[in-house]
Design a binder for this molecule. Structure first.
Ligand SMILES: [Zn+2]
Length: 118
């Protein structure tokens, strides 16, 4: 199986679906249903999918993965602009990013980079 990102072309919302499945065609079908469920009125032809080659999908089940923090830890998604939870300080509803296998807020990343926490 492979990991795919799915989204709606020219959509005003930055909403991505992540799917573990066998082909881009399958990923497109699943993305379409998921985007519709999310409230989009997109047409099937507007759905785009991309194979995320570098992401580690080991152990993820078939289908949609909506655990954003887990996707960030695995370096499948690099950042979440809002609504994330930091692995270190446990702040939530904040922007978070991938940092060396963890899902962290900007403050924690700065602290690590500054060498005060390691
Ligand atoms: Zn933090």
């Amino acid at each position: 199986m492979k990991g795919y990102k799915g989204w709606e072309k020219d959509c005003e919302y930055d909403y991505n679906v992540f799917i573990v499945c066998n082909s881009s065609k399958e990923a497109k079908g699943i993305s379409f249903r998921e985007l519709r469920d999310y409230g989009s009125d997109c047409e099937y032809i507007d759905v785009r999918v991309k194979w995320i080659k570098e992401g580690n999908i080991e152990g993820l089940p078939f289908g949609v993965c909506d655990e954003a923090e887990e996707l960030i830890r695995r370096n499948i998604f690099q950042r979440l602009p809002e609504g994330g939870r930091c692995d270190r300080c446990n702040e939530f509803d904040i922007p978070v990013e991938h940092y060396k296998g963890e899902c962290l807020c900007i403050e924690c990343i700065d602290r690590i980079r500054g060498g005060k926490n390691e």
